[in-house]
Design a protein around this ligand. Structure first.
Ligand code: UD1
Ligand code: CA
Length: 448
């Protein structure tokens, strides 16, 4: 059946105490909203509509980046979850199929749970959970196995508040029926809001069916405060670590490996302690990442060895068997098979051919203060220690640069380039110099 997703993300998130809209706070290196989109995308929906309100401009920008096919509708005033869905459903008048409503601040719903909701044949299906502490959640009133209605905490009687089966907020309903039902929602309740949850009672009044699909409480965890965000981050990392271990990745000290939502790591990768994966990292099977590396938006191929203490930044593409050693930073650079940069170097905006050796303390001087320029180095070249490569510059295949050279002009294949002052040796001069200085010091002491 065709699926349309509606993701509610208009709320202010007052308790985050932030200028940033709540759904753009990061969990696992990705905005909260990305987690809902990611789970929802597993249903292969035909349409995805995000309802934005507070910080709509920033949310719209983020959605365009995260999911260019998703649409954003504006809910200028946040009059309740029912009102939010009403804004989105206007966009779906042509859509035939099932709508699933998710919250942008609820990142842990699993694809399997959403699949169960999508498969439900009841007219309205609500994702519920048994709450350890039901607090202020909406309560699911079930009678004879069927869902009768949802009552919000504020409006509930003591008897209803004793119910522990709670509303996660995720609801699934036929699109045409949903449009009619949300049209009927009023705001005559304790909060003066248009409650989406009212559609259950309204559906039952029309003789439609409603049921509950349940999931573990952990999946329904919503983020309202920074403390909750921090706890959610810990949960996210714990799951990501377990998943990596299950997938055949060795983690020397799992508690100190940090993953992002989109980290992809192949089998038999070995990861040392204190390694951070920012967004956009892929690591092929059999690579090794030693302790204290920081990686983002980069690709590491089979057999590569990284670190300890290496930093790979945006656009670092490392071919097979590349070696990056301690205190080396690589940004927006393509390194061919077997390239070695073992120590203390900066490689930015560079193309480096196969089996080239980059000596310690090499720097690609890629920035002139206004523009960035590329450095191109051929295959099997040898860049001597402490070479400054002032870009734009090209070093040919098999060429060699002398240690300490400042290379400002292209070096042809097979050539040696020396860009440094010629060495001068003055016999005995150091001895004389030190004698003079020591005598000076002795005189100063006498005078004092
Ligand atoms: C809602 C449910 C409650 C459920 C709980 C689960 C309703 C009336 N109540 O309550 O039954 O137990 O979630 O967490 O639905 N939003 C908008 N526009 C609005 C209002 C809200 O986009 O006008 C978005 C918020 O940004 C948020 C989500 O909808 O992502 C839920 O809104 P919130 O105000 O947190 O609902 P609760 O009171 O927690
Ligand atoms: Ca909430």
């Amino acid at each position: 059946m065709a699926i349309a997703l509606i993701i509610l993300a208009a709320g202010q998130g007052t308790r985050m105490n932030s200028d940033l809209p709540k759904v753009l706070h990061r969990l696992g290196g990705a905005p909260l909203l990305a987690h809902a989109l990611h789970a929802g995308r597993s249903l292969e929906p035909e349409r995805v509509t995000v309802v934005a309100g507070h910080g709509a401009e920033a949310v719209t920008k983020a959605v365009a980046k995260l999911d260019p096919e998703a649409e954003v509708v504006l809910q200028a005033e946040q009059l309740g979850t029912g009102h939010a869905v009403a804004q989105a459903i206007l966009q779906l008048s042509e859509f035939n199929g099932r709508v699933i409503v998710l919250y942008g601040d609820t990142p842990f719903i699993r694809p399997e749970t959403l699949a169960a909701l999508a498969e439900s044949r009841a007219d309205v299906t609500v994702l519920g959970f048994e709450a350890a502490d039901p607090g202020r959640y909406g309560r699911l009133v079930v009678a004879g196995g069927a869902l009768e209605r949802i009552v919000e905490f504020k409006d509930a009687t003591d008897e209803e508040r004793a119910i522990t089966l709670c509303n996660s907020g995720v609801i699934s309903c036929d699109a045409t029926q949903l449009a009619q039902l949300v049209g009927q929602i009023g705001n005559d309740n304790a909060a003066g809001e248009y409650y989406l949850t009212d559609i259950v009672g309204l559906a039952r009044d029309r003789g439609l069916t409603a049921e509950v699909v349940t999931c573990p409480e952990a999946e329904t965890l919503g983020i309202n405060t920074r403390a909750e965000l921090a706890r959610a981050e810990a949960l996210f990392q714990a799951r990501a670590r377990d998943e990596a271990l299950e997938n055949g990745v060795t983690l020397a000290d799992p508690a100190t490996t940090y993953f992002a939502l989109d980290t992809w790591i192949g089998r038999d990768v070995v990861i040392g302690p204190n390694v951070v994966f920012g967004p956009g990292v892929t690591v092929e099977s059999g690579a090794t990442i030693e302790a204290f590396c920081h990686l983002e938006d980069c690709h590491i191929s089979r057999g590569a060895t990284i670190g300890p203490f290496a930093r790979l930044r945006g656009g670092a593409e490392l071919a097979e068997d590349v070696h990056i050693g301690n205190f080396v930073e690589v940004k927006n650079s393509i390194l061919g098979e077997g390239v070695k940069a073992g120590h203390l170097s900066y490689l930015g905006d560079a193309d480096i051919g196969e089996h080239t050796n980059i000596g310690a303390a090499t720097v690609t001087c890629n920035y002139d203060g206004v523009f960035k320029h590329r450095t191109t180095i051929g295959a099997n070249a040898f860049i001597g220690s402490d070479t400054m490569l002032v870009a734009p510059v090209t070093v040919g295949d098999g060429a060699l640069t002398g240690s300490g050279s400042v290379i400002t002009e292209d070096v042809p294949a097979g050539a040696v380039a020396l860009g440094r002052a010629k060495q001068v040796v003055k016999p005995g001069l150091a001895t004389k110099l030190f004698e003079r200085l020591r005598a000076q010091k002795a005189n100063l002491k006498k005078g004092a």
